[in-house]
Design a protein around this ligand. Sequence first.
Ligand code: SAM
Length: 307
Amino acid sequence: MQTDWAEITCEVPAALVETLADFLVELTGTGVGIDNLHVDTFSLDTLEDTPIKSVKAYLPADAALEEARGQIEEFLARHRAEYGTCPFTPPVIRVVKNEDWANNWKVHFKPVRIGTRMVIKPTWEDYQELPGDLVIQIDPGMAFGTGAHPTTRMCLESMERICYDRSCGTFPAPLLDVGTGSGVLSIAGALMGAQGIVAVDIDPEAVRVTEENVELNGLSGAIDVSTTPLDRIAGQFGVVVANILAEELVRLAEELVARVRPGGWLILSGILTEKEDFVRNGFPGLTLVECTHEEEWSCITLSRPAA
Ligand SMILES: C[S@@+](CC[C@H](N)C(=O)[O-])C[C@H]1O[C@@H](n2cnc3c(N)ncnc32)[C@H](O)[C@@H]1O
């Protein structure tokens, strides 16, 4: 039987967040999420400084939950005096049904048009195809990549705008997709004509989901999907796309660049706009082709000079 989960939310002064997060990690044995509260602007500067933050942790919603609630209340009571008049609210517990966890987001996942020709279509939705459409069928399961996220959209748009030759329907083969998630970028590449596609992810669940989506799109055998670490991938690629996170991109910079063939492109996203310069500086020697923005995210396309 699958367990339901309890989402426990505590709102505390920013200075207590780290101590509380450590306490909750130890108590729950899982990670915690930290959100800013009381933000009435989209400025990222202000986000850093919100005086009250919300810390979320997750526990199985079983008999041990009440005891955990008591321990959290005790922890908060112990620290309350240090923060004077700062608001301190009791932990709020919300039970998340296991079936909801996996499926609720489906209600919001609708066919979405991206770039000039691509349409990402959830497997369970109908879509009336238009001439010239490249329809990518996706069931992301628990993996990332419905196409709804700005970083996925910007990667797809750059792949189409920069790499795809619309006049003859070709894409500079081969394509390497680092952090494939649901496989959406690789499948789009295959539909644009890329050959020799390699898709990797550190998460075995993402690999499983990508394999299913590859098959759903009639592309079996066209995409090599695995958890192979980047430094063990052989060869060079006309296009390398990596929608991960700024710090991880910079950590992997040398390996990513080594896999772009001379004259090829490197498309990077998962970058908060405030970290754009950090990523740009992490890839010296490559030429900036374009930088696009959506909401608080950036996508940077670089090219490797021809040999
Ligand atoms: C934001 S999702 C992107 C999914 C999809 N490519 C998209 O654009 O929608 C990032 C994915 O990168 C994977 N990932 C994170 N670090 C990685 C690494 N060092 N190597 C390979 N995959 C990584 C995560 O498991 C996750 O599936």
